[in-house]
Design a protein around this ligand. Sequence first.
Ligand SMILES: Cc1cc2nc3c(=O)[nH]c(=O)nc-3n(C[C@H](O)[C@H](O)[C@H](O)COP(=O)(O)O)c2cc1C
Length: 179
Amino acid sequence: VNVLAIAGSLRADSSNTAFVRAVVALPFDDTTMGIYDGLGELPLFSPDLDDESPPSSVAALRSRLREADAVLICTPEYAYGMPGSLKNALDWLVSSGELYRKPVAALSASPSAAGGARALAWLRDTLAALNATVPPEASFAIPLVRMKLNRETIGDGEMIAKLRAAFAALRRAVDSRHR
Ligand SMILES: Cc1cc2nc3c(=O)[nH]c(=O)nc-3n(C[C@H](O)[C@H](O)[C@H](O)COP(=O)(O)O)c2cc1C
């Protein structure tokens, strides 16, 4: 299973990006992972730009998503929601449908104790609008995320077990989609 991971933060020292990089480095069975880091290059969505020749950055995002069997999104919380840059990227996928019935892990990570739960709820609503498949085991908030990381790796056994269950659920969803 080929998973494309997206961190919803543009910040250089982002905890979401650090977490996503650590997840991508985990050796999960039958899983290869890549990172999409082009959120900051996407133009602001307008239906007027969404025609048969979309901006090249948008075409690149859509093509990476088409190649992926499953997607992992990890969002921070800004003002009780996901960052506009992540929502903007998802708006670009409404008409083209790359996430339609695609298995998606929806996570939120935060240095705070609440874990970005409100941003996660909004992300899940938007993914429902796109008809993505979000397995329950593959959607959770990650509070105190810096404590789950040990330099560039995930140093928390419970978190590794949760991620293992999330990837197993993604793989099952990929299998049943192709059946
Ligand atoms: C403009 C702004 C708004 C924020 N709003 C919230 C919020 O509503 N709830 C929350 O839990 N944290 C909020 N935070 C804290 C961020 O979640 C925190 O800075 C987090 O580390 C950002 O993710 P990142 O480390 O991946 O960049 C906000 C931060 C900024 C800069």
